[in-house]
Design a protein around this ligand. Structure first.
Ligand code: FEO
Length: 400
């Protein structure tokens, strides 16, 4: 038996929480779990909006039946997004309700057949199309690459609910509170940005296009596929998305180092202390061998300054730092200032690779790179202090 959670008189949240999975997409840490949100609109025609991940399928089907009854019907299943964290239960829905019409767009159905072999009872919609459930009216907006090419959003115009797929979503389970005003949002703020930067961050331009498209809608609820349902803080989450998709950053510095025996780490400490002496209050140092890139990318999305340091390793860069810069080159965040440092024992490779990274990522370099041989000496320390000072100077130019 499950508690019934209503968004409005006949619209239900039927999502599930996942506190067992360690890695989202088998890649991104889930220390606080994740919620897979799905919704049920009861009307002359009953309609599901997205489903849940396959491991939670049993609970999900139970929740639906508790609302529509054992013999109740599901007429439509809208697939806003095909990623299996939301389509894992589609086969079960089709098995329970074989006549269900599956609503998607031209890019949805090849994926549906590819992932699940489903190619019947397809109901194709396109930009601006209307699906009338009786009382509730559903309008469809194609929002490609937020997060996959087939992604769309569904707007229910009588209750003014935007079913937004991954957009405006968050890591973190829904621990009792489902709506934004039932929850202390301090818990979700970091997880919202981490979700955005890790999962959707590569597609800032497409997020901007989607926001422009939705700008004229009167929205009273945003029902994402992850995290809280927004009803009292809609301007906040929209402002966050505008900021993040525009790559707007704040004053502060993320220092990430790769260090085998601590010599490069000591260099990071010198830079960090200089930044502090120069009045920079938000400084985060990460050891790339210990902290998952998920958290480092999240911090980089927040702060304008990025200082990367690496020892050499077999003529190249230290492996965890190599992995991090490859991810950054893939995501290509913008609006950062860059500093580079590192150490070498004979032929180098760490700093050299970071300088190549700088050419690719095109962030402004604030000071010459510093590469210490074996361990930093007095002359190196002066140059590290210079990186800290120049970074602080540039950051302070953005004040006001
Ligand atoms: Fe939550 Fe892109 O799936």
């Amino acid at each position: 038996m499950h508690h019934k959670v209503k968004l409005s008189e006949n619209v239900y949240w039927i999502g599930v929480n996942d506190r067992r999975t360690h890695l989202f997409e088998n890649q991104w840490p889930l220390p606080n779990g994740v919620a897979y949100n799905s919704y049920l609109i009861c009307d002359k025609k009953n309609c599901l909006v997205d489903t849940v991940e396959i491991s939670r399928m049993e609970t999900y089907i139970e929740k639906i039946k508790e609302i529509v009854g054992e013999d109740g019907k599901i007429d439509y299943l809208i697939i806003n997004h095909m990623e299996p964290d939301h389509t894992g239960a589609v086969k079960s829905v089709v098995s329970e309700w074989p006549d269900v019409q599956i609503v998607g767009n031209a890019k949805t159905f090849p994926m549906l057949e590819g992932f699940y072999g489903i190619n019947k009872n397809l109901y194709a919609v396109d930009e601006g199309d209307l699906l009338d459930l009786g009382h509730h009216k559903l309008h469809f907006y194609l929002t490609p690459m937020v997060h996959w090419p087939e992604t769309m959003m569904t707007y229910e115009s009588t209750q003014k609910i935007l079913f937004s797929a991954d957009a405006f979503g968050s890591f973190g389970t829904l621990d009792g509170g489902i709506f934004d005003d039932e929850i202390n949002l301090d818990f979700y703020n970091e997880e919202l940005r981490r979700y955005y930067s890790n999962i959707v961050g590569k597609y800032g331009l497409q997020v901007q296009k989607a926001m422009d498209k939705l700008a004229s809608l009167d929205i009273k609820l945003i029902a994402s596929t992850h995290g809280p349902i927004w009803r009292s803080h809609i301007p906040k989450i929209i402002a966050d998305y505008q900021k993040w998709s525009n790559y707007e950053t704040e004053e502060g510095v993320v220092i990430v180092f790769g260090s085998m025996y601590g010599n490069t780490e000591k260099m990071a400490e010198v830079i960090a202390r200089t930044l502090s002496e120069e009045g920079i209050r938000d400084i985060r140092i990460f050891d790339s061998s210990k902290t998952h890139s998920s958290y480092i990318i999240n911090a980089i999305w927040k702060y304008r300054g990025v200082i990367l340091g690496s020892s050499a390793y077999n003529g190249g860069i230290f492996t965890p730092m190599r992995d991090l810069i490859r991810e950054l080159e893939h995501i290509m965040p913008k609006n950062h200032l860059l500093g580079i440092f590192g150490s070498m024992s004979w032929g180098g490779g760490g700093v050299r690779t970071l300088e190549k990274f700088a050419e690719t990522i095109k962030w402004e370099i604030v000071a010459p790179a510093v590469e210490a041989k074996h361990a930093a000496r007095e002359a190196d320390i002066d140059k590290l202090v210079n990186i800290g000072r120049e970074m602080a100077l540039r950051l302070k130019e953005f004040r006001n």
